[in-house]
Design a protein around this ligand. Structure first.
Ligand SMILES: [Fe+2]
Length: 279
């Protein structure tokens, strides 16, 4: 059966200072601020036509989103996630990070024959960001392919969100549950660490070599590449065949909220996944 998951729709990050978060994501990433709610301490940004990034500062005895209150949803802490860029923009991106005074690390994830240079840096809240080059002409296109976008001067030329890496304490339980309970397409795992890769699309595909596909990675909590952590109590949005995911979630018996065609589910490890109908 093909996976009902269509693509990565967005992420929600926990921050401890909302104005600083808004400044960072407007100035460094060049994202458009769509909505800022001071009472609920939330800010929502447009990444591209299909993807969003949201910041939540926790508020005492108040839910950032009342709809998700039954699931005790929070934004992700110390999440590792990646942005798609054009490979030819990598060096200009390093210069942008230098202009903003942000330290970065470059790692080549490819081979000498086919380099796959990537840049890692942190936002002010300990979320680990990555810039990864994608080949816009590759066959492995996601449901909502990245397209060139214009960003303000002095902002990174990001095209879209590429991947999210979550922490899990029970790796074996996670590996069995994510395909069973949500229909995620397990692609592969690494031999030398607890690191499973799920393709956010109808079937598992090989990662790397410039794929524009989107990915969910699942790590046991550990320091990995460039000292990036998988996020705890993450809130991640996916495009999906919502009815198909709902049937799996009900069979699994997981706590969930269904409203306005959107399904939100609390995973036993504390992550909340939201499944949105296609655009
Ligand atoms: Fe990464």
């Amino acid at each position: 059966m093909p996976s009902p998951i269509l693509d990565l729709a967005g992420i929600t990050l926990e921050v401890n200072h909302l104005p600083r978060g808004i400044r960072f994501y407007q100035q460094v990433l060049g994202l458009d601020l769509l909505h800022h709610d001071e009472a609920r301490q939330t800010a929502r940004f447009r990444v591209n036509a299909a993807q969003h990034l949201t910041l939540w500062k926790p508020v005492t005895r108040q839910a950032n989103d009342p709809r998700l209150a039954p699931l005790l949803a929070r934004g992700a802490s110390h999440l590792h996630y990646a942005w798609q860029i054009r490979p030819e923009d990598l060096e200009a991106s390093q210069a942008v990070l230098d202009e903003h005074g942000l330290p970065w690390t470059e790692i080549d994830l490819g081979t000498p024959e086919r380099p796959d240079r990537t840049v890692y840096f942190f936002d002010p809240f300990g979320h680990g960001l990555e810039l990864r080059g994608v080949d816009l002409g590759d066959d492995r296109q996601p449901a909502y392919p990245p397209r060139p976008v214009s960003r303000p001067a002095h902002a990174l030329p990001v095209l879209g969100l590429r991947e999210v890496a979550l922490a899990f304490g029970d790796y074996a339980g996670m590996k069995a549950r994510l395909p069973r309970a949500y229909g995620l397409a397990f692609a592969k795992e690494q031999e030398d660490r607890d690191f499973a890769q799920f393709t956010l699309g109808p079937r598992p595909e090989p990662d790397g070599n410039g794929t524009p596909r989107r990915w969910l990675y699942a790590w046991d909590p550990q320091v990995g590449l460039a000292d990036m952590f998988g996020g705890d109590h993450a809130l991640v949005q996916f495009y999906a065949d919502v009815d198909a995911v709902l049937a799996l979630v009900r069979a699994e018996g997981l706590p969930h909220v269904l409203a306005d065609g959107r399904l939100a589910v609390r995973d036993p490890e504390g992550h909340v996944f939201e499944f949105l109908p296609p655009l």
